[in-house]
Ligand binder design. Sequence first.
Ligand SMILES: *Cc1c(COP(=O)(O)O)cnc(C)c1O
Length: 364
Amino acid sequence: MTPIYNFSAGPAVLPREVLEQAASEMLDWHGCGMSVMEMSHRGPEFISIYQQAVADLRELLAIPANYKILFQQGGGLGENAIVPMNLVGRSAQPATIDFVHTGSWSGKSVAEAARYANVNVAAKPAGSFTSVPPQETWQLTPGAAYLHLCTNETIDGVEYNLDNFVPTVQGDTPIVADMSSHILSRVFDVSKYGVMFAGAQKNIGPAGLTLVIVRDDLLGHALPICPSAFNWKTVADHDSMYNTPPTYAIYIAGLVFAHLKRQGGVAAMEQQNIAKAKLLYAALDCDDFYANRVALDSRSRMNVPFYLGDETRNEQFLAGAKARGLLQLKGHKSVGGMRASIYNAMPIQGVQALVDYLNEFAGR
Ligand SMILES: *Cc1c(COP(=O)(O)O)cnc(C)c1O
């Protein structure tokens, strides 16, 4: 059978080894006679799964001791409301939140936050979303409650280069980063951010789990209207078990973290991700048959939107891809075209198979 390669933006491909391990442990986890799905979240079996997952994630991202790791529900969009409810109470009222609007997801964050505070779009590209505006152009608000960035725009394929990027804010304004679609894909300095969040279904594990990493001093400022299950301080004080967490999703995420450690950690994944992205962009750039419209220094290593020069052939392209086992390449409906998401779990063989097809379809 020809292997299948899944380029979905999310829920997305998971490492095969992880799925095989989960399958083998499905009915009986480590001889306890129960599936992880059936365990009490307060029992010793699940507590050990939870503790290992937290420890492995802390090691993978070198998360300093003054940051809490929270496992929540509600997804990335849920956090768009949970973040302001937890942070705007820290600053003088009426609070203002600064945003850099780089694409669809940061746009949704602006719209949601406007229900809780004044919002200021500090920067937004003039035309379509094809680059990260230079930091010198950001119009930041002194005393802003926080600055929100989406460091990888999953739909637009725009990524901050976190290697060179040193976010500078005034005073003690924390930076909040929506890292849903590139967390664990590259090394970055956690200590530069106040809050990092990510829906799990892109690069971590199954849908239903949201990861939040939050600096200690940002806990304890939730607005009275904030539901207690979404109050980060309450969640942190109960080790993410104030209410029943998405236990099975945490278990799978833990298997992914252990798998990443065996692969050499985030630095090793980053090298693979650089190689995969280089291979794919080279095939898209080699002539005018395909186009990726994102500025070179803002191109995402995870989500690669592209267009055929002749868009009347889109359906033919997708049908041919499917016949070759290259699945879920259709672009997001808001931007059209195609999109290949090449997360950690996409092997380079999958990218090579896509490149072979791109060349074949272009008659190269
Ligand atoms: C997918 C995604 C979201 C939305 O996540 P949900 O879990 O569907 O709420 C938010 N931000 C980014 C960057 C995403 O990629």
